[in-house]
Design a protein around this ligand. Structure first.
Ligand SMILES: O=C(O)CCC(=O)C(=O)O
Ligand SMILES: [Fe+2]
Length: 312
């Protein structure tokens, strides 16, 4: 089952009210049914996207000692270069944070990296506010409720990923283990290698590359706020064959100190018990980092929103 495609032309341009409402509705329905969808006419220019892929490839192609010049130094957020190779996944990344925080780490002799990626960051951040507003309207929340609730933009993150190909001598084929994003919305751009999958009714389905489109997935914060009316999509990434895979993931986040609990509109007001107890967003992030051993499989498992589920 392929994920729905929603055209944002009527949202970003000047269109009649009927067209705009139709797009809002399609977006909301896709979030409810799949938790993941594609958007087109989203305002990110093809040339800029293509150039961004070229620029990150050039960065990741550099020798490791040079990439390590961009390793994180901030104690707030680990903006900069990193690398992991374990059974949870194998990847390299360059993490970009809000430019005005002044914590981004970029190669000083390759200025197009910072120029291109900070511009991409800002474009995604604008799009995040637009998509959040569409969700607000679809859920019939008071005007600008979500934008005002989620008003701290300093935690938004752009991750630029490189996944190495499957190595002949290692059986590990997972690029990124299955997970739900903890945030509000994530925007994904993948190159033409493929490898992204989402879970639908217990089966794994591919999200094939489609030029010009952006993938949006719902995160656990929205799942908690809506008392599970909306579900965060589970997704994973396979390692590529024969070549590297590159992708961008922009996390439209929420402040760590924000108190998250099901909104009354989706719980008490409609006679439904809250499916989650309240928590600070940072608690969800911390829980996620811990991982727990599953007593049956003896494998480490990621702790996610279920950790805060009530017994209702
Ligand atoms: O690389 C991708 O396509 C997805 C990455 C992802 O799921 C994540 O960063 O949370
Ligand atoms: Fe993800």
């Amino acid at each position: 089952m392929t994920i729905p495609v929603v055209d944002l032309a009527s949202i970003l341009g000047h269109s009649d009210e009927g067209e705009r409402k139709k797009a809002v509705n399609e977006f909301g329905e896709a979030c409810i049914q799949f938790g993941i969808l594609r958007i087109i006419n989203h305002g990110l220019a093809d040339e800029h996207v293509n150039h961004s892929f070229e620029v990150v490839q050039q960065f990741f192609d550099r020798p490791i000692v040079e990439k390590l010049d961009s390793k994180p130094v901030s104690t707030i957020l680990p903006a900069g270069y990193g690398k992991i190779d374990s059974h949870f996944g194998s990847s390299e990344w360059l993490m970009v944070c809000q430019p005005c925080l002044d914590i981004n780490m970029f190669p000083s002799d390759q200025p197009e990296v910072s120029e291109t990626l900070e511009k991409m960051y800002q474009n995604f951040q604008k799009l995040g506010a637009i998509v959040e507003n569409m969700m607000n309207e679809y859920l019939d929340l008071p005007l600008n409720f979500l934008n005002q609730f989620n008003d701290d933009r300093s935690n938004d993150i752009l991750m630029c990923w490189r996944y190495p190909p499957i190595a002949e001598d290692k059986p590990n084929t997972i690029g990124r283990e299955e997970h739900q994003d903890t945030n509000c919305f994530t925007f994904l751009l993948q190159d033409d290698t493929g490898g992204l999958e989402y879970e639908k009714d217990g089966s794994w389905m591919p999200v094939n590359p489609m030029k010009g489109s952006l993938v949006v997935n719902v995160g656990s914060t929205i799942q908690a706020l809506t008392n599970k009316k909306l579900m965060a999509a589970r997704h994973r990434v396979w390692k590529p064959r024969g070549r590297n895979r590159h992708s961008f993931a922009f996390f439209y986040n929420i402040g760590g100190e924000k108190w998250i609990e099901p909104l009354p509109k989706f719980a008490e007001e409609i006679g439904e018990a809250p499916k989650y107890r309240g928590f600070f967003y940072k608690e969800l992030l911390q829980a996620r980092l811990k991982k727990e051993k599953n007593p049956l499989t003896l494998l480490d498992e990621v702790i996610d929103l279920d950790h805060f589920a009530t017994r209702n």
